[in-house]
Design a protein around this ligand. Sequence first.
Ligand code: HC0
Ligand code: SF4
Length: 568
Amino acid sequence: CVTGPATVIQAVAAGRQAAESMDSFLMKGYIKEGNIDYSCSRGSMEDLPKWEFREIPKVARATMPSISLAERKNNFNEVELGLAEETARKEARRCLKCGCSARFTCDLRKEASMHGIVYEEPVHERPYIPKVDDHPFIVRDHNKCISCGRCIAACAEIEGPGVLTFYMKNGRQLVGTKSGLPLRETDCVSCGQCVTACPCAALDYRRERGKVVRAINNPKKTVVGFVAPAVRSLISNTFGVSHEEASPFMAGLLKKLGFDKVFDFTFAADLTIVEETTEFLSRVQNKGVMPQFTSCCPGWINFVEKRYPEIIPHLSTCKSPQMMMGATVKNHYAKLMGLNKEDLFVVSIVPCLAKKYEAARPEFAPDGIRDVDAVLTTTEMLEMMELADIKPSEIEPQEFDEPYKQVSGAGILFGASGGVAEAALRMAVEKLTGNVLTDHLDFEEIRGFEGVKESTVDANGTKVRVAVVSGLKNAEPIIEKILNGVDVGYDLIEVMACPGGCICGAGHPVPEKVDSLERRQQVLVNIDKVSKYRKSQENPDILRLYNEFYGEPNSHLAHELLHTHYTP
Ligand code: HC0
Ligand code: SF4
């Protein structure tokens, strides 16, 4: 009944029906051709209540929400709709009432325009409902909600925790938690897929841009940024820069925004592989707890801690690359540059909302000083670019800064599902066989958008059985088997909360045709192919960091700064 990412009008109808018979038209979310899609779980189009679809005279269309001619980037053509420029400008001001960031890509506006729906101020003003602020950064504004149910579907169908539901209050259908508890006290994993799913910014997240700008303007602070692997895929598709130019473009943008130093997060992905694969090989040799789960996705970690704490011994003790980078910058870099930790302001730039939660965890603020002071999403970085009025043509490509400049293609692959396991295999096979891996570096069977992918690699007689899971819902059957003592037949299991991995993170703008998840993944694969180093363990800056600072993988200092513990 409702297909395609943008059928909000039918979604509204579905929501209204749901209000009457609570669950008969709940939305369903799924991955289709590498993108997220939504549909009704039951019923057909004919069953849906008719909703204000009517032919309207051209002149009346001038009153509908629209964007100005100057802002006409795509999808809309006010000239075709017969709007005068002045009217279009006026309407633009009115339209952006919701304050969301999907200014040029608003699903709701697109659908309303396509169906010629007239915007009218409500005859009876509905009482204002205060914003619900019951999560560290996700905010719900019921006044904007159109009851489409996409957020509920995203949480239950796309991710798995299923903590959201509709409920009725004072004759209005609202979205709340199933348990009635504040969102922070539920099994919410903070992945933010509900925010991505919302077409009208009724669900949004608190920005950290202000904090970062204040630090940039504070002469006492050295502001250091590091950019996650997946961000460059979005940058490449959005600005039409080649995969090779994407990293220098990002570094140039951040320098123009005022960052003092810009590092590549991919460096920390390489560091993670060296630590995590060393831990894995030690478990294999010493018959430790198997299978080993990866631990780099904070959404996944939240899921384990909240819903399946019994599985904690299977988790790698490695911190995520974000927190490894934070700890390395605040300790190694501060020492190298003779800086006080307090004077370093460390910002990660990521496609992820759960990383905001992770960076704020008390165990990552030794002596009250956070390892990562602020987390900006890709969207926030683009908003800062717009606010600073920086045009893409004004950005001078720059190299990332020393001493974490060199990165491997394996680390770049982290940004899409399967990348962590592929990078780990490139190291594990080499260590198990004792031979340098020169070809067969691509493990294509574990790339892509399937919820569960697997591969078995024979390394000189030792079989390494790998599973790659994305979307937490897909991890549950495997976890249940392990908890029931069933041999799942895997040694290493990568889990990323978001479907397809971080390229689908809620901190990225919503994927569209020009920037599909498949295209995002391809950018990363292309960068890996042309990388000078394709294995994390051969990154010369990583080797130097061990020589100068950490000693060896899994050393005492490495355990202190690069590993963690989990809280059931
Ligand atoms: Fe990811 Fe990561 S790959 S989770 O998606 O492991 O956000 O890009 O930064 O930490 O490196 C996100 C992306 C990261 C981390 C890395 C991992
Ligand atoms: Fe964040 Fe990536 Fe995990 Fe999504 S898959 S919650 S973007 S780390």
